[in-house]
Design a protein around this ligand. Structure first.
Ligand code: PRX
Length: 651
């Protein structure tokens, strides 16, 4: 079976334990491990019944469901026969209960402009925008592609789609025109929503220009709605492009939420897998909505007086689940920040925590490592006493970063929830419950109620305590992906074929003697760069699309800030190695995929090391990329195949 290798091997020796502060537990929703265990056991005894009770209590049903779970492996249907609406659960429900004046979003733009939206105002905007979509011909089941900066309008666009049963596909606003076009074509998107431009670290990103380029290749997109965020002079194509504010000015506020089948597709979100083509992960309405609401309430122990800030962009699943659908279903007050953590200064996040008196703060380990590097003084300058709970997501957090977060940001008062989950799982699967679970730095601790993980070997048998193996989930859960958009075969093959009957997460993990889970990295060729997934093959395909690249291999190497950095090995045709070519290749990958995929090292070689059967020896390249050798002179042509030969002689 796959060896449990990964960057977290060192945490094996971690043995510090931090019990929840007594004061925190006293007020928490789930106050002790006994209480957690009772709930977990109850759920495990009959997961479908457990979730059904919860679904009845937590969601608004236009028509009640008849069956909790219809499981035809690997296809799940939750809450069959019921009709509900995620936008209703996020908005109308609170307004109907007299909570319309509560603040939904506290938004801060990068240049320092700010807006506050109550639930009632947000509902009004969502209704109007839903009517705008309808006026442009969007119907139930149509795909709406969203490529926007993190403004309230991004959330409004998502919720408006949900309201009328359209399917949103949000594409992070750092992706390239090529990447947008690929996703639009795969999804058969009908409408594009974007902004003239966005702010990033003081620069203006020309979003509409990128979209223009993408739309030239997006065969199915008919119309484009443009938010005026920056007031940039842009090209507006007559008959295709429309200004957001002009359409909104004419739209009616009356747009009742449509009763939608529980299994109506709510969104697709593209993520990298182990092949070159990103997959559109499909999530549906009722199960997802319930799962993100409950996990939000359990993990973040949300209370009415809290101010919740998840720093993720809505271009990622974390933004879908814990900026929009989870917190809003729970009636939470959510901070949205448009910009970079170090603009205009490295204390920007702490300034925002102080300004909005944030009580719950959820971010990624890569950001924490950057804060550590920038120095404690930025956090120390600000009053962080409002914080009561901290969270992380996206990759394992190394114990040093955990301790820093605990000491410098949490001031040793705040529990830390290290949440393990994936785009595919919809919501958090494993995490401490902050009032109950003693935490161990580097471990995502235990599964949430209704989640049944198993670590197995390649035969599907459970491995012993302390043995690494493949992380699987043994029973369907409401937030699970329902498939890959337009590709049932790939869905079956990726997640359900290697270990029959169980969902294969793609991570290695081990369990310790206390039943705590430790994630040990991916089992496939997926890199985790700054908490974002990238497939090596995607980067390689981008490289070989350059006329001077004959062959390419991409591997990850450890990086202090990003977790993993991208190193590529390239053989050339019709060109000699040069610094200019190196920069050109970096730029080329950036144009093909986006800035997040751009290689940190480019090495030219006259041959790639291969096995006898022709497979690139990635492990060897990984060792070379991670080695102490400097990569300063990137123009030298080395022959790594010699190394391969030497190694195979050794073996
Ligand atoms: O490898 C795991 C890692 O991120 C992968 C999922 O990536 P993505 O779908 O982009 O979703 C990220 C946000 C939910 C997982 O397969 N990962 C995520 N959270 C953790 C983690 N690894 C260790 N610990 C975590 N808390």
């Amino acid at each position: 079976m796959a060896q449990p290798t990964g960057q977290l091997d060192t945490v094996m020796h971690e043995n510090r334990i931090f019990p929840p502060p007594a004061e925190f537990s006293r007020r928490a929703r789930i106050k002790s491990m006994d209480e957690y265990q009772r709930l977990w056991d109850e759920a495990a005894a009959d997961p479908a019944a457990f979730w059904a009770t919860m679904a009845r209590e937590e969601l608004h049903w236009f028509q009640p469901f008849s069956t909790a779970l219809a499981w035809n492996e690997p296809f799940a249907k939750w809450f069959v026969g019921g009709t509900t609406n995620a936008s209703y659960n996020c908005l109308d429900k609170h307004v109907a209960e007299g909570r319309g004046d509560r603040i939904a979003f506290l938004w801060e733009g990068e240049p320092g402009d700010a807006r506050t939206l109550t639930y009632a105002e947000l509902l009004k905007q969502v209704c109007k925008f839903a009517n705008v979509l309808k006026s442009l011909g969007v119907e139930r089941g149509d795909v709406v592609s969203i490529y926007m900066p993190l403004t309230p309008e991004l959330a409004i666009a998502m919720l408006a789609c949900a309201r009328i049963g359209a399917v949103h596909s949000v594409i992070f606003a750092g992706f390239s025109a090529e990447a947008i076009a690929d996703r639009n074509n795969d999804a058969k998107a009908k409408i594009q929503i974007t902004a003239d431009a966005g702010y990033r670290r003081g620069q203006v990103l020309p979003l509409k220009n990128t979209v223009d380029e993408a739309l030239a290749k997006s065969l199915t997109v008919e119309k484009c709605i443009v938010l005026d965020r920056v007031n940039e002079a842009i090209h507006m194509e007559r008959g295709r492009d429309f200004w957001w504010h002009e359409l909104m000015a004419q739209a009616s506020e009356d747009c009742p939420a449509e009763p939608l089948d529980s299994e109506n597709t709510l969104f697709i979100l593209y993520t990298s897998g182990s092949t070159g083509k990103p997959k559109g992960i499909r999530h549906t309405t009722a199960g997802y909505n319930l799962f993100v609401k409950k996990t939000f309430e359990w993990v973040f122990d949300y209370r009415d007086e809290d101010v919740f800030w998840c720093t993720a962009d809505c271009g990622w699943v974390t933004g879908h689940s814990y900026v929009v659908y989870g917190p809003l279903s729970a009636g939470a007050t959510v901070v949205l920040y448009e910009g970079a953590p170090n603009y205009p200064h490295e204390g920007r996040f702490w300034e925002i925590v102080e300004k909005y008196k944030v009580t719950i703060f959820y971010t990624a380990p890569t950001a924490i490592r950057a804060f550590m590097k920038w120095g404690d003084e930025h956090a120390e300058k600000h009053d962080l006493s409002s914080l009561r709970l901290l969270g992380t997501v996206g990759e394992g957090i190394n114990p040093e970063a955990w301790m820093w977060y605990h000491r410098v940001i949490g001031r040793e008062r705040c529990p830390i929830v290290d949440t393990w989950w994936q785009t595919e799982t919809g919501g958090i699967m494993m995490s401490p419950l902050p009032g109950a679970t003693p935490t161990k730095p580097g471990s995502c601790t235990k599964p949430l109620p209704g989640v049944i993980p198993q670590i197995v070997d390649s035969q599907g048998g459970e491995v012993d305590v302390h043995h690494g193996g493949w992380l699987t989930i043994a029973h369907p859960w409401p937030g699970m992906l329902r498939g890959i958009w337009g590709d049932d075969e790939r869905y079956k093959e990726t997640y359900w074929s290697k270990v029959p009957g169980k969902y294969l997460a793609g991570d290695n993990a081990r369990r310790d003697e206390d039943g705590y889970y430790w994630i040990m990295g991916r089992i496939d060729d997926v890199l985790n760069v700054s908490g974002h997934r990238l497939s090596t093959i995607e980067i390689e395909s981008a490289l070989v699309s350059h006329p001077h690249v004959a062959e390419a291999a991409a591997v990850g190497r450890p990086d202090e800030l990003k977790g993993e950095a991208v190193a590529v090995f390239v053989t050339l045709r019709g060109a000699r190695p040069s610094e200019a070519l190196r920069s050109e290749l970096v730029k080329h990958v950036r144009n093909q995929i986006g800035a997040l995929a751009q290689p940190d090292d480019v090495r030219f070689t006259n041959a790639l090391p291969k096995t006898r059967s022709g497979k690139i020896m990635r492990r060897l390249l990984k060792d070379i990329a991670s080695g102490k050798e400097t990569v300063g002179d990137t123009t030298t042509l080395e022959d790594y195949s010699v190394l391969a030969r030497l190694r195979s002689e050794d073996e």
